[in-house]
Design a protein around this ligand. Structure first.
Ligand SMILES: NC(=O)c1ccc[n+]([C@@H]2O[C@H](COP(=O)([O-])OP(=O)(O)OC[C@H]3O[C@@H](n4cnc5c(N)ncnc54)[C@H](OP(=O)(O)O)[C@@H]3O)[C@@H](O)[C@H]2O)c1
Length: 292
């Protein structure tokens, strides 16, 4: 382990005055099972958020469809009055069914309602960054995003939204999005075992943040012998190695690992001091190629 900048150093979203530490926190795990309903331990959820901010986390990723509403209400309860330097990033475009299903909700009316839900439940007058989460298919699926993105830019012009990002998108959709709005970040599925996203380098060249979701594997945290071996050799945990690997991939990668546990939060934040040598990176290249 070598000395590294605090929480991975900072990143400034392009064309904005918003700088965040590269190690942030994703709040999805604070809702109940299946991201639905209240958490089993409300006090523990508050404690995780307070510990994150106390530890220097200044970037929290959320959505009003976690719960729904629950996660944002917990963020508000835990953190109001919000620190001046806290950036909250939310995502819109889905509605939860009574059976916990995730349903597309991308009409202009849906998006406006979602922004107001986020503002009310978070207790903010403006959302710092809003990701338009494309719901055309389970993963990135081609199709024009002009209609929902234009609706979102109208809400931005009304002053309800600071900056815009995209989520679950293809390269073509990023290109189309950038012709219609200033895109400051992209949030796609990416981790040690799912490396199939050619967007990172292109976005890095233009200073746009790439924020991998499921950085630890999501609902099934990463399981890989190569990962376990590297972690053991470095005296770190597998999750720390997975996060350090992401940080080393590109300077525009920002992390939002999710956890409902203070102990896991502390472990994850400590990953910023882990330096992966070349032989460890080579061993990790086998993850996701049949090893996982
Ligand atoms: N844009 C999108 O479509 C999208 C989709 C999914 C998620 N997201 C965002 O991405 C964020 C991160 O994703 P995620 O939370 O779903 O998945 P994740 O960060 O990849 O992994 C979370 C899982 O890992 C476990 N975990 C966390 N730290 C651990 C540690 N140190 N040791 C062992 N287990 C650990 C958590 O359980 P414990 O609670 O027990 O720690 C949880 O089961 C979310 O919070 C959300 O903000 C966005």
């Amino acid at each position: 382990m070598t000395a590294q900048p605090h929480l991975g150093g900072t990143f400034t979203f392009p064309g904005t005055d918003i700088s965040v530490n590269r190690m942030g926190y994703g709040a999805m795990q604070l809702a109940g099972p299946h991201v639905f309903g209240p958490p089993k331990d409300h006090e523990a959820a508050l404690a995780v958020l307070r510990k994150a901010v106390e530890s220097g986390v200044d970037h929290i990723d959320t959505s009003d469809f976690y719960g729904p509403h629950v996660t944002n209400q917990i963020i508000r309860e835990a953190l109001v009055p919000y620190p001046d330097d806290l950036t909250i990033v939310t995502k819109i475009s889905a509605r939860r069914g009574a059976d916990a299903s995730w349903n597309p909700a991308m009409s202009a009316v849906d998006l406006e309602r979602a922004i107001h839900d986020n503002l009310r439940n978070l207790g903010r007058e403006k959302i710092d960054v809003v990701n338009l989460r494309i719901m055309f298919g389970e993963g990135p699926t081609e199709g024009s995003i002009a209609e929902p993105l234009t609706a979102l830019t109208r809400l931005q012009h009304q002053g309800l939204v600071g900056h815009i990002g995209l989520s679950n998108v293809t390269a073509n959709q990023v290109e189309e999005g950038r012709s219609l709005a200033e895109i400051v970040c992209v949030q796609n599925l990416y981790n040690l075992a799912h490396r199939d996203d050619a967007l990172i380098d292109a976005l890095a060249a233009d200073g746009i943040a790439y924020v991998p979701f499921f950085p630890l594997g999501g609902f099934s945290p990463l399981q890989s012998q190569a990962l376990f071996d590297v972690a053991r050799d470095l005296g770190a945990t597998p999750m720390q190695v997975a996060l350090a690997w992401l940080l080393q991939q590109s300077p525009n990668i920002l992390l939002i690992p999710g956890t409902s546990s203070v102990a896991h939060l502390e472990e994850n934040l400590a990953a910023v001091i882990l330096d992966l040598p070349d032989d460890a990176c080579a061993a990790l290249d086998t993850v996701g190629t049949g090893d996982h």
